[in-house]
Design a protein around this ligand. Structure first.
Ligand code: NDP
Length: 291
């Protein structure tokens, strides 16, 4: 078997196109233009790259964006004051605090402060709480996990009743993915660094989501034949033959797992592009909710 490649670039482009169209319609109708404010604290180069690409996406799709960069020495109360200002700014429909915050900040206090109506990252504890509760609907769902579900849905494989295994339980990826899969009526196993004998667990998975950040950890013999594989991991591995001296790989050994699975996301070009597409989708939704 050679798995179908799940094309995240294509799906993300479709979502972005739809957002751009709806933003243009809003402009034409004299409605507010969706606005995203980003808050970056410190100078982590990877976070700077992520924030820049979010602004670029806003620009391309016709959304407004507002950039706030604060030094890592900023006192917590100043960051909270900024969030308050953004909560009260009618031009801002979505607030994205780039995580992780530098050491010394209370991420929990900051995320609690973001207005629920502007929580386009979906990390407000109330939104995450609602995600975990039956019969509740969070205003926003975290972007990468939402992208994982959208990608699964493109395969045409029904999630309901399937055994899903999620590797990783972080607040931003693994746990919300597991919660979303429960909401989709899968039977979900959440694995982490203390889980024992991972291959025996992953081999039960009809749907396997890898979000651990360990290059090519998932091997072919970890995978049940015909499983659907979503690889969230982004890892740099040294490669002297590459122009930059490294290449990106996922948490899944793509070439060998491809021969066993029925569908698989590549890295890059799988989950990665979906994150920003879902952020743009959520920011448009925030503007619509504010109408
Ligand atoms: P974290 O480091 O926050 O979490 C990693 C999780 O994996 C933890 O739950 C940890 O367990 C678990 N873990 C670590 N090592 C092992 C192991 N050997 N066996 C089993 N579980 C293990 O990472 P993130 O969730 O933030 O990110 C995960 C990956 O996804 C990274 O590669 C990151 O770059 C990528 N990513 C991609 C995005 C995209 O847009 N495509 C967006 C965000 C992240 P424990 O809880 O016990 O410590």
């Amino acid at each position: 078997m050679s798995a179908t490649i799940i094309d995240g670039k294509k799906l993300a482009a479709e979502i972005r196109e739809e957002v751009a169209l709806k933003v243009a319609e809003r402009r034409a109708a004299g409605k507010s233009v969706p606005g995203l404010a980003t808050v970056l604290v410190g100078e982590d180069p990877a976070s700077q790259v992520y924030v820049r690409s979010k602004h670029r996406a806003c620009e391309k799709l016709g959304l407004n964006s507002f950039s706030h960069a604060l030094p890592a020495t900023t006192p917590q109360h100043q960051l909270i004051e900024l969030i308050d200002e953004l909560n009260n700014d009618p031009r801002v429909h979505g607030i994205l605090v780039q995580l992780p915050l530098p050491d010394g900040f209370s991420e929990e206090e900051v995320l609690l402060k973001v207005s629920l109506k502007k929580d386009v990252d979906g990390f407000h504890p109330i939104n995450i709480g609602k995600l975990a509760q039956k019969g509740r609907t969070p205003s926003f769902v975290p972007c990468t996990p939402a992208g994982v579900i959208e990608l699964l849905k493109t395969t045409g494989v029904s999630i309901e009743g399937k055994n899903a295994v999620v590797l990783g339980r972080s607040n931003i990826v693994g746990m919300p993915v597991a919660l979303l899969l429960v909401r989709e009526n899968a039977t979900v196993t959440s694995c982490h660094s203390r889980s024992q004998d991972l291959p025996s667990i992953t081999r039960t998975a009809d749907i396997l989501v890898a979000s651990v950040g360990k290059a090519e950890m998932v091997r072919a013999d970890w995978v049940k034949p015909g499983a659907v594989i979503i690889d969230v991991g982004i890892n740099h591995v040294d490669d002297p033959s590459a122009e930059k001296g490294y290449r990106l790989v996922g948490d899944v050994a793509f070439d060998e797992v491809r021969a066993v699975a029925s569908a698989i996301t590549p890295v890059p070009g799988g989950v990665g592009p979906m994150t920003i597409a879902m952020l743009m989708h959520n920011t448009l939704k925030a503007a619509e909710l504010a109408d």
